[in-house]
Write a protein that binds this ligand. Structure first.
Ligand SMILES: Cc1cc2nc3c(=O)[nH]c(=O)nc-3n(C[C@H](O)[C@H](O)[C@H](O)COP(=O)(O)O)c2cc1C
Length: 218
């Protein structure tokens, strides 16, 4: 009982800090900032097609790009990777209501606790692909629960993968480690983007990092 209490206290402290930051932000400003702690990302993205900036990959076999996105950021990265590699694109659908303040709180709680939440049955089977990209937002410094569910569902079913995180500002290492643990796959590449990387003024470095992600497939 005591061990359980200590665990819960330790696990929930980081998320309680997020909520405190959020409340402090609401009290002082009504302007939504891309601070990574205020919910899904605002839509900010260059209009230019990625294949105008980078030569598409050919000869990599069948490629699948899987992602979850509440806002637009992870979807934007996933779509760019799919356009570059000629991949099929699967959006993971979480079967849990994340609306409003309590939805946000529950999302952070589920992520912090390492919960694998229910998802809709995926359309594509990663076992039929030569390469799989898995793209996840960061929630409360942890792997996003519906992506955890997808990785767990297909653990051991695919072998060649790259893992991508998208966040406000969080380093990818811990989340990528969780993705490796859930899937049993050591990725051939990984990277962690922040929403700012999608801004038009950061286009060059964004394109260079996408190039590095797909380079092993050329
Ligand atoms: C519940 C929740 C928790 C979040 N926690 C973090 C966090 O710990 N660190 C971070 O940098 N961003 C955090 N974010 C911000 C998202 O990672 C960021 O907005 C990301 O770009 C969202 O991707 P999306 O637009 O594809 O949903 C959080 C967002 C939500 C909704």
């Amino acid at each position: 009982m005591r061990t359980t209490n200590v665990f819960f206290t330790t696990a929930l402290i980081p998320f309680a800090l997020i909520v405190a930051c959020l409340l402090a932000g609401c009290a002082t400003s009504k302007v939504q900032k891309p601070d990574g702690l205020s919910g899904p990302s605002p839509a900010v993205r260059s209009d230019a097609s990625i294949v105008q900036a980078l030569e598409p990959v050919t000869g990599a076999g069948r490629v699948l790009v899987v992602y979850f996105s509440q806002g637009n950021a992870t979807r934007a990265v996933a779509e760019d990777l799919a356009a570059l590699t000629g991949a099929d694109l699967e959006a993971i659908v979480e079967l849990k209501n994340r609306a409003g303040f309590f939805g946000f709180m529950g999302a952070g709680m589920d992520a912090t606790m390492g919960t694998a939440t229910p998802i809709a049955g995926p359309f594509y089977n990663p076992a039929r692909y030569d390469v799989v990209f898995v793209c996840t937002p960061v929630w409360a410094w942890h792997l996003c629960p519906p992506v955890r569910s997808w990785l767990r569902m297909y653990s051991g079913k695919f072998v060649k993968a790259a893992f991508v995180t998208v966040s406000g500002d969080t380093e990818p290492d811990k989340i990528v480690a969780a993705m490796i643990e859930e899937s049993g796959v050591e990725p051939f590449a990984s990277d962690g983007f922040s929403e700012r990387d999608l801004y038009p003024e950061n286009r060059d470095s964004y394109v260079a990092r996408l190039a590095a992600l797909v380079e092993p497939l050329r």
